[in-house]
Ligand binder design. Structure first.
Ligand SMILES: NC(=O)c1ccc[n+]([C@@H]2O[C@H](COP(=O)([O-])OP(=O)(O)OC[C@H]3O[C@@H](n4cnc5c(N)ncnc54)[C@H](O)[C@@H]3O)[C@@H](O)[C@H]2O)c1
Length: 417
């Protein structure tokens, strides 16, 4: 038995979706007018199929609207919190509705039977760990013993909420306790989709990772349309259609995904040069593309962050092994390679014991930059000679030699190990 608190787009879809999967679901919302409308089978927003499903599951008894929250909670093993999380005046998240809902659960919970509170509302990373969990514990309940707690973000899109809920790409479960994790895995088993079990903060973050990427892509396109208008004589519609014909958008997973992956900066001949040239041309015309300028700023900042990490870990007397010199794997191109800036900054900070290894790009790097560093004749030599390894290029060779690399502390900026 499941109770869903908050019956907006997300809550109503969640409740009816679980009812469709054969569960008994209680739906509760503090808005009594909304409850009355739902009771009549009326949905106050446009969402195809949901109206039919509401009537169907009210009739079957799988979905019941309740005003007696106490009874619903007592009967439920899962409490899904789907209330709104609007912004406060300054933009920060307002968690008042979430806290009110959690408090209502606690008030009606008895530790005799285990139930888990599942936060489906979108909450900023760290909310459950830093705020909701301590809030519950302050009231004398032990997480995992007396009550469960988990984050389970929702990725549905308005307009296709029903379909998106029933056929999700993935389910993310960020449980604070093992019991809740296995309960949620069990609940979602019938969906037959990949389930990712992560920390509650990772689960919260994944939702923001997704939404902020989408927001960034839209702003990217909008900034581009503004700068194209500024330049003039550009067929914006055609230009974007041609962009979309890039094969990297399609496939599963689409190759474009490799560009949305953290590393230590873009390099090579084209991306740095062309981004800089376009920004500079527009600046000279008093048109400042803020997003593109930030793109360049981030590309600088990420390399500075790598150096700051090294400085935090070891002193200048340490030997640092730089793994990878090419700007990307499977090339010996070292133009604008992040390795060059990282090595340059380390040398400037007095880290003079640098030894590098790259399966292909050592001769090109040596010839291009003539920096005072050593070059290892093998990966093994590089590892053995180093106190700290900094993985800069995601060569397969490094991935294939994980165990060797892990003999030393590794800063893996390509997230491959
Ligand atoms: N709308 C979307 O497409 C979407 C998609 C994914 C995630 N989300 C997230 O899901 C959450 C809910 O979004 P939504 O669009 O369904 O919001 P909504 O505003 O449509 O619905 C929220 C409902 O919660 C009710 N509520 C508030 N406090 C309550 C309480 N203490 N007890 C019971 N009910 C209470 C409100 O009356 C309202 O009906 C938000 O955090 C949102 O960011 C939304």
């Amino acid at each position: 038995v499941i109770t869903v608190m908050g019956l907006g787009f997300v809550g109503l879809t969640t409740g009816l979706g679980f009812a469709e999967h054969g569960h008994k679901v209680f739906g509760y919302d503090i808005d009594s007018r909304l409850m009355a409308r739902l009771e009549n089978g009326e949905i106050p927003f446009y969402e195809p199929e949901l109206g039919i499903k509401l009537k169907q599951h009210l009739a079957s008894g799988n979905f019941r609207l309740v005003d007696n929250l106490a009874a619903a909670i007592t009967a439920s093993r899962y409490i899904f919190i789907c209330v709104g999380t609007p912004n406060r005046k300054g933009g920060g998240i307002n968690l008042d509705f979430v806290v009110q809902a959690v408090d209502a659960v606690i008030k009606n919970h008895s530790a005799q039977s285990f139930r888990t509170i599942v936060i489906k509302s979108t909450v900023v990373p760290g909310t459950v760990r830093d705020f909701i969990r301590p809030h519950i514990e302050q009231q004398g309940l032990r997480i995992g013993k007396d009550i469960g707690l988990a984050v389970n973000p929702e990725f549905l899109r308005e307009g296709s909420a029903w379909h998106d809920f029933l056929y999700p790409d993935r389910i993310v479960i960020g449980a604070e306790d093992r019991h809740s994790e296995s309960m949620l895995c069990e609940l979602y088993r019938s969906f037959n989709v990949p389930v990712y079990k992560v920390s509650s903060t990772t689960a919260e973050y994944i939702k923001y990772l997704s939404n902020t990427l989408l927001a960034t892509l839209i702003s990217f396109a909008n900034e581009q349309s503004l700068l194209a208008k500024h330049i003039g004589d550009i067929d914006i519609k055609t230009a974007f259609s041609v962009l979309h014909r890039d094969k990297r958008w399609s496939g599963s997973p689409a190759k474009m995904a490799s560009y949305v992956y953290p590393g230590c900066g873009f390099g090579g001949y084209c991306l740095p040069k062309d981004t800089q040239a376009l920004v500079e041309q527009l600046r000279l015309q008093n048109h400042n593309p803020v997003l593109l300028s930030s793109v360049l700023a981030v590309n600088k900042a990420i390399k500075e962050a790598v150096v700051a990490d090294v400085v935090n870990i070891v002193s200048p007397t340490a030997t640092i092994g730089i793994l990878g010199l090419a700007f990307k794997p499977n090339t010996d191109d070292v133009r604008e390679t992040p390795a060059k800036d990282i090595i340059g900054m380390l040398l400037a900070k007095g880290y003079i014991n640098l030894i590098a290894y790259d399966p292909l790009a050592m001769p090109a790097f040596k010839a291009a930059y003539g920096l005072p560093i050593k070059y290892a004749d093998s990966l093994e030599t590089c590892v053995i000679s180093s106190d700290l390894l900094v993985l800069v290029t995601a060569w397969d060779l490094f991935i294939d030699n994980k165990e060797l690399l892990k003999q030393k502390p590794v800063l893996d900026y390509r997230f491959v190990l």
